[in-house]
Design a protein around this ligand. Structure first.
Ligand code: PLP
Length: 301
């Protein structure tokens, strides 16, 4: 493996597979210049993709809603992702696929005339919250300065690079001694944070914001697991008060899974340790990564 040029990761750019450190995109690409892009991230765990079709479907839905007309489809993208992972040899990988508006080849700014560009890469798995920090649970801050960009301006269900608000939230978290932040919307409803959805377990029900958020695949997995475990769950709006009073809180992402929260704004949640429901769902989530119904194995050479 030491002489595998792709061992640190493999990218796909302009029909070529490239070692991750050498991967470059054209400076005139509007994905970079205008955040005119949608993307998705799928995990490979123990050599198997987790919910690959769901991630591909979300990406396709995103590019259709942005009215892009790429010259690759889901079938080719699936093959490219497999090839990136295969070349890297990574068993636990963070696999990103990006559909950019691309490059203006006609000297106009008319988005209909751009050549859309597809990029992908596989790198070692990324944790938003490191496993050793997940064990005690993290300190989550409810942002007060940053609010989530309105869904009427940038649709959060199309996974996007408009991270100005989320990055601002992160700085606010660090300034207030937190690990990360969750952002309210302009009405004070809790939305999501930099790279994750949020759940509360409150009065015997798991609740996650109904709208104004990315419909996370991990969020969906939690809802499906809750159903099989007989845990009541619902999509509903709630404010900072519910978050602070909840018995349990956790955040969810492909990059880290089910991540327990121990403190909100400096105040302990529940017992101050990951709660029973969080622990149960987290266990089932990682078990699911080995189960055929959720996974697609990579055939490494
Ligand atoms: N919300 C935002 C803003 C995200 O960027 C992400 C993932 O990157 C999520 C939620 C979680 O989505 P998923 O569970 O599909 O990874």
């Amino acid at each position: 493996m030491a002489d595998n040029l792709f061992a640190d990761g493999c990218a796909f750019i302009d029909e070529e597979y490239i070692p991750i450190a050498e991967a470059r995109i054209p400076i005139l690409d509007t994905g970079f210049l205008r955040s005119d892009v949608t993307y998705d991230v799928v995990a490979v765990w123990n050599g198997k993709f987790f919910r690959l079709e769901d991630h591909l479907n979300r990406l396709e839905k995103g590019w259709n809603r942005l009215r892009m007309k790429p010259n690759v489809g889901k079938e080719e993208i699936r093959e490219i992702l497999f090839e990136c992972v295969r070349r890297s040899g990574l068993r636990n990988a963070y696999v990103e696929m990006i559909m950019s508006r691309g490059i203006d080849e006609h000297g106009s700014r008319d988005p209909r005339r751009f050549s859309n560009k597809f990029y992908a890469y596989a790198i070692p798995y990324i944790w938003i919250v490191k496993p050793e920090d997940q064990e005690p649970g993290i300190h989550l801050v409810i942002a007060e300065k940053a609010i989530r960009i309105p869904a009427t301006a940038v649709d959060p269900t199309i996974k996007n690079f408009h991270w100005g608000d989320l990055t601002r939230g992160l700085y606010e978290a660090y300034d207030r001694g937190g690990y990360t932040a969750v952002l309210p919307d302009s009405d004070g409803h809790i939305t999501e944070g930099p790279g994750f959805n949020v759940f509360v377990y409150h009065e015997g029900t798991l609740i996650t914001p109904a709208s104004g958020v990315l419909e996370g695949i991990t969020r969906r997995t939690v809802l499906e697991l809750a159903e099989t475990l007989g845990i009541p769950a619902e999509l509903s709006e709630f404010g900072a008060d519910v978050l602070k009073e909840a018995d349990e809180v956790f955040i969810t992402s492909t990059a880290g899974g089910i991540m327990p929260v121990a403190k909100i704004n400096g105040k302990t949640i529940g017992t101050g340790k990951p709660g029973k429901i969080t622990t149960l769902i987290r266990k089932r989530y990682w078990e699911a990564h080995d189960e055929n119904q959720w996974t697609t194995p990579v055939e490494y050479t």
